[in-house]
Design a protein around this ligand. Structure first.
Ligand code: AMP
Length: 437
């Protein structure tokens, strides 16, 4: 339950729901390059059991228990039209960035990054973080959560160079991305940060951390490891940020997180962010946050920028159907999700042999390979990436036009995060989920 003492700010958006439509029997339809899948829907569609468009964080319709196999998610949840959305530059936030009294160099860096106005979550949270409040920010994928905590914390470091901040993220990729946002926001400023993630050389990380950076950004496993080696002393931090906190709990980091939080005795400020919040996280929130400001900007579980549909296809035709889709002109930059590393690899090899520009991203790849695949995808050298859920959270890659769930996700929360890789910031995206006919 939400703590009585906290202020809850709800931000309602236009949630008019439209009839769901199904992209059925794709494989039996002739595909025409000028007619994308969104034009080929049949009007028959499953009912949208479960969602009313209201803001809710938990409940039986959210995919049920985590199971690897089996069709446990109601396919109706994979079908939804994108909604009309207002571009950031057309919104009317209460604050401008100048209103936050940021350091002039920080303001210049924000402008250089191309941020003209705060997004809704930034609009509501930056002043609360600046005021030192504990915060829970729940907002859809791709809505600017990183800057909502990074900008006020950077400003706080400029004012107090002794500030020490620990930022935890569930995946190495997300940690790296947060670091890269910090890098973008801090040219010309004396703000120092270090990365502590698995799969990378420990020695370099130790050297970086021994220099005493203001911010350490890491994944829980490596952070705990460095703590055991006495490189990181949790007592030195005054601020803790947990990004994608529900995922960290889901990945079995709960003991680590509890241990870290209990040792950060000096923590004056704790910030939790997530696109999804369930019962487990609510309990933790109430244990760890002191009189928090809770801002929930979700009116729908998935991003309103993403047009979602299913492709009804038998298992043996999935690959052929995928190839047909990938050949269509509008599938410009595509993230394909499979359920296993092995299948991600096999599918990648098969697509490569058919001439597609494709690579794979999963936990069996060396960290350096993972970094290079993400770079290739970001820089448009790769058109397709076939990934496991390691790529589902937090990855911010511009212009992913389509997410294809070649294999269904294990839970509806995983689905939300997977499809959140498209339709980010001011863009519209498409998500297709392959299901049995
Ligand atoms: P995030 O949810 O933090 O991963 O951000 C999603 C995307 O929105 C990223 O590409 C950000 O660079 C972009 N973004 C965040 N804040 C703003 C803003 N105020 N103006 C324009 N783009 C933004």
């Amino acid at each position: 339950m939400w703590a009585q003492s906290s202020s809850i700010i709800m931000y309602q958006q236009n949630t008019t729901s439209r009839p769901a439509r199904t992209f059925s029997n794709f494989s039996q339809r002739p595909s025409s390059p000028s007619r994308g899948p969104s034009r080929s829907y049949s009007s028959r569609g499953p009912s949208r059991g479960g969602f009313s468009g209201s803001s809710r964080f938990s409940g039986p319709s959210r995919g049920g228990p985590r199971r690897r196999f089996g069709n446990i998610i109601n396919p109706a949840l994979f079908v939804k039209r994108a909604e009309e959305f207002t571009k950031i530059e057309e919104t009317n936030p209460v604050h401008s960035f100048a209103d936050f009294n940021f350091d002039p160099q920080l303001l210049a860096n924000i402008k250089a990054k191309g941020y003209l106005k705060p997004t809704p979550i930034q609009d509501q949270l930056i002043s609360e973080v600046l005021a030192g409040r504990d915060v829970l920010g729940v907002a859809n994928t791709g809505t600017g959560k990183t800057a909502a905590f990074a900008l006020p914390l950077i400003n706080a470091i400029i004012k107090n160079p002794n500030k020490r901040i620990l930022i935890l993220a569930p995946t190495r990729e997300l940690a790296q991305q947060i670091k890269s946002d910090f890098r973008d926001f801090t040219p010309g400023l004396r703000v120092y940060f270090a990365l502590a993630i698995g799969g990378a050389f420990m020695r370099e990380q130790i050297m970086d951390i021994r220099r005493g950076p203001n911010v350490i950004i890491g994944t829980p496993g490596r952070i705990m490891d460095l703590n055991r080696r006495r490189v990181i002393n949790f007592a030195q931090f005054d601020t803790l940020v947990l990004d994608e906190v529900d995922r960290m709990l889901d990945m079995g980091f709960v003991a680590d997180i509890k241990s870290i939080v209990s040792q950060i005795t000096q923590a004056h400020q704790t910030l939790f962010f997530s696109a999804t919040v369930d019962k487990k996280i609510e309990i933790l929130i109430d244990t760890f946050l002191k009189n928090p400001v809770k801002v929930a900007l979700k009116t729908t579980p998935t991003s309103s920028h993403v047009e979602q549909d299913v492709v009804r296809v038998p298992r043996y035709e999935k690959e052929g159907t995928l190839c047909k889709l990938l050949k269509q002109e509008e599938f410009k930059k595509v993230l394909v999700f499979t359920s296993t590393k092995l299948y991600a690899e096999k599918l990648t090899l098969s697509l490569k042999s058919q001439g597609f520009s494709v690579d794979s991203l999963h936990g069996d790849k060396r960290q350096s390979q993972r970094v290079s695949v993400i770079r290739g995808f970001k820089e448009d050298q790769l058109k397709i990436v076939v990934a496991t859920d390691v790529a589902a959270r937090g990855l911010d890659i511009h212009n992913i036009t389509h997410v294809i769930n070649f294999d269904q996700p294990a839970t509806y929360d995983d689905y939300i995060h997977r499809i959140g890789r498209t339709g980010r910031a001011d863009q519209k995206g498409y998500a297709l989920t392959f299901i049995d006919p």
